[in-house]
Design a protein around this ligand. Sequence first.
Ligand code: GAL
Length: 367
Amino acid sequence: MKKKLVSLVLASVMGLGLLAGCGGGSSAPAAEEKTEETTEAPAEEAAEATAEAAGDADLATKKVGVCIYQFSDNFMTLFRTELENYLIAQGFAKENITIVDGANDQATQSGQIDSFISDKVDVLIINPVNSSSASTITDKVVAAGIPLVYINREPSPEEQQRWIDNNWDVCYVGCDARQSGTFQGEIIADLGLDAVDFNKNGKIDYIMIEGDPENVDAQYRTEFSIKALTDAGFEVNCLDDQVGMWDQVKGNELVNNALTKYGNDVEVVFCNNDAMALGALQAIQTAGRKVGTDIYLVGVDALTEVVEYVISGDITGTVFNNHFAQADGAADAAIRYLKGEDNEHNIQCDYTKVTTENAQEILDSLK
Ligand code: GAL
C-alpha cells in the first residue's frame, strides 16, 4: 500500500525555471519527498489502516484558526483557497476551519487571534498584517499553549531565534523573497543590454513599484531584482521608486504618473507582484507603449491572467510564487504539531521563473 510520509513537498520543480535553492532557507530539508511504496503483511496493513483511520478521525475533531492579512489580496485568495481545500483533504472538517479577514488592520487581526484563543482552537495559522507584531502574537499564542504556523509574511530573524531558543511550537512556512527578486532581474538581464537600452544611454532605466514596505517580500524583491542586473554587469538608473501596496489600482496610478513624467526613458517596469503588474500594463497601454517593443514589464506571483499575458507577450515575465507548496506545507506543519511532532522553525520552498519558454507549462499546472 501507499504510505504517506508526513512531510512537506519542499521543491516544486517546474518547467525551465531554474531552482537555485533558497538562499535564506536555513534549516529545511532539501529534497522533494512525497510518497513511498512499502510492502506489508495483510495484518500489519489492517492495523495501519485502523491507525490511519483513527488519525483522520482525530483531525476531523480539531479546530483550526486561520488569520489572513487581507481577503481582497489576489495572491492570498489563491493561498487561502488551497489551504482550506488541502486541510479538508487531510481529514479536517470544514466547519472546524475558520478563516478570518484581518482587513489589513493589525488591531482587527489581534482581536481575531484573541477570539481564536478564547475559542480554544487546536492550532493557528497566521499571515500577520504587520510582521513586526509577530513577537506580541507569538507570546500570547504560546502562553495559550496553541501551536502556531506563520505564513507569507516572514517574521524577523530575531523573532525566529526566540522560537528556537525556547523550543516553542512555532514555525514559518514560505518562500525566500530574495530568490523571486533575483529571478525578476535575471529575466531582464537575459534580454541583453541592446534589447533593453532603447534610449542608448548605456544603462537600464527602470521604475520600481513596491509592495507593502513593512513586508520582507517587498524589501527583498526591490533589492535583489536590481542586484541581479548589477551582478550581471549592467549599469542601472532608477527613475522612480514608489509604494503600490500590492494593489492593482495603486500600481496603475503610479505607473501612469511615472510614464507621464519620464516618458520613453522608462525601459523596464519592475513590480513587486502581479496585481501591480496588471495595473502597470494598463498604464503602459494607455501611454501607447508596447511591452517587448519599447518597454519591459515583470511581476511576481504567476496569477493566471499574468501568465496568459506572458504567453501573448504583453508582460515580459513573472515568477511563480508557489501557493500550493506554501499552503500545503503550512497545513502539513500544523498537522505535525497536532500529532505531537516537531517542525523545523523555518520551512522554505522555491520560486520558479516564468518566461515565454515555460509559461504554458506553468499555466497548465495552475489549473
Ligand atoms: C506576496 C505576494 C503579494 C502579496 C503579498 C502579501 O508574497 O507576492 O502578491 O500577496 O505576499 O503579503
